[in-house]
Ligand binder design. Structure first.
Ligand SMILES: [Zn+2]
Length: 110
């Protein structure tokens, strides 16, 4: 199932370099057994305008959101804390500078 989240002028978030504001709609996937509003709060706290369940959201409203939809999901990141190069889960050391990689679970987007 999907939740569609809109933002007010004062609700500006930056997540991994992406800006969420009044000109876009965030789309969050969740399992039917999960409470969509809890999922929205996990991503954005209370800092959003409205959250709509799939079926209630009207695609025609997208004319008000010039930057369109942004799809969000949780993802695993493996990064070098020294040079910020991304790595895969199987690597232990940075291919660039040999630092020990760190694992971060965070929000990613399409
Ligand atoms: Zn490195």
């Amino acid at each position: 199932m999907k939740m569609y989240v809109t933002f007010g002028q004062l609700h500006c978030h930056r997540v991994n370099g992406k800006t969420f504001d009044a000109d876009c709609v965030a789309v969050l996937e969740h399992q039917p057994s999960e409470d969509g509003r809890l999922i929205v709060n996990k991503y954005f706290g209370m800092k959003y305008c409205s959250a709509y369940e799939e079926g209630i959201w009207d695609d025609a409203d997208m004319k008000f959101y010039l930057r369109g939809y942004i799809n969000l999901r949780w993802a695993d990141f493996y990064l070098c804390p020294n040079c910020w190069q991304e790595a895969t889960a199987t690597e232990k050391l940075c291919a660039n500078c040999n630092f020990v990689l760190i694992h971060i679970r965070g929000v990613n987007y399409d």
